[in-house]
Write a protein that binds this ligand. Structure first.
Ligand code: ZN
Length: 235
């Protein structure tokens, strides 16, 4: 084996790690461009990192080692980013779990299932699906009839969503927010309801009193809508 080859192959591990001096890297790169034997060794070193992307046989001598080298660097950057994101996520979950254990206020792991159930409850109300309403909302015996009555009066719930960011604990009590799209008086309103979730079922309470959606005053149908969906049992 050529003396240069021995030297280059000794430097290759550093080169692959991007730990060579600029001078050393230039020498290695130049040699890799002209020596198939060393290039093979280098490619084998890179293979697990590069997912075996073969060098084109016809690529120019100087540019050939350059592109894969950048890929190796990108590979490390990607792994670092991934590790950081996973660490941050892990710490977030630990904080949420800790919040559940100490019974603190704010967001906690319990909020996820509550939000998910609120989604189902919203869908059931929007579709006026009697069976689904009974399954997903507590104390909902009169809800389907009340919704029918409202619809007959021109107040129709056309859509809605549960708001994860507005789902939180307050004094150990879980509060959630759902927003209903309501068509009434020839207008479309987004009406936020506060509620809770206990034993796997959603209980809706009242329309968020501080809601800025009412320009001047609450529309006349708001009370009826609130009564129709009120399914909270304080006892
Ligand atoms: Zn060589």
């Amino acid at each position: 084996m050529d003396k240069t080859c021995v030297l280059v192959q000794e430097l290759l591990p550093l080169y692959v790690d991007g730990a060579c001096t600029a001078e050393g890297a230039a020498v290695v790169a130049e040699h890799l461009g002209s020596c198939p034997a060393c290039r093979t060794v280098w490619q084998e070193m890179c293979a697990p990192l590069l997912q075996a992307e073969p060098l084109s046989e016809n690529s120019g001598a100087a540019s050939a080692p350059e592109a894969p080298f950048k890929k190796v660097k990108r590979h490390y950057v990607w792994h670092t980013v991934k590790a950081l994101v996973l660490t941050a996520l892990g710490m977030w979950f630990i904080l949420l779990a800790a919040n559940d254990l100490i019974g603190g206020d704010g967001f906690s792991l319990r909020c996820f299932p509550a939000w998910w159930r609120a989604r189902g409850a919203v869908q059931a109300v929007v579709e006026r699906d009697e069976a689904a309403i009974a399954r997903r909302l507590a104390f909902s015996g009169e809800v389907p009839e009340a919704l029918e009555k409202l619809a007959a009066e021109g107040v129709v719930i056309t859509g809605g969503r549960a708001v994860l960011s507005e789902t939180y604990l307050e004094d150990m009590f879980l509060l959630l927010t759902v927003e209903f799209e309501v068509q009434a008086d020839g207008q479309c309103w987004t009406v936020p309801f506060t509620g809770t979730c206990r034993s796997g079922r959603v209980e809706l309470m009242y329309i968020d009193p501080g809601w800025p959606g009412w320009d001047a005053e609450r529309p006349t149908w708001a009370d009826a809508l609130e009564q129709a969906l009120y399914t909270y049992d304080p006892g």
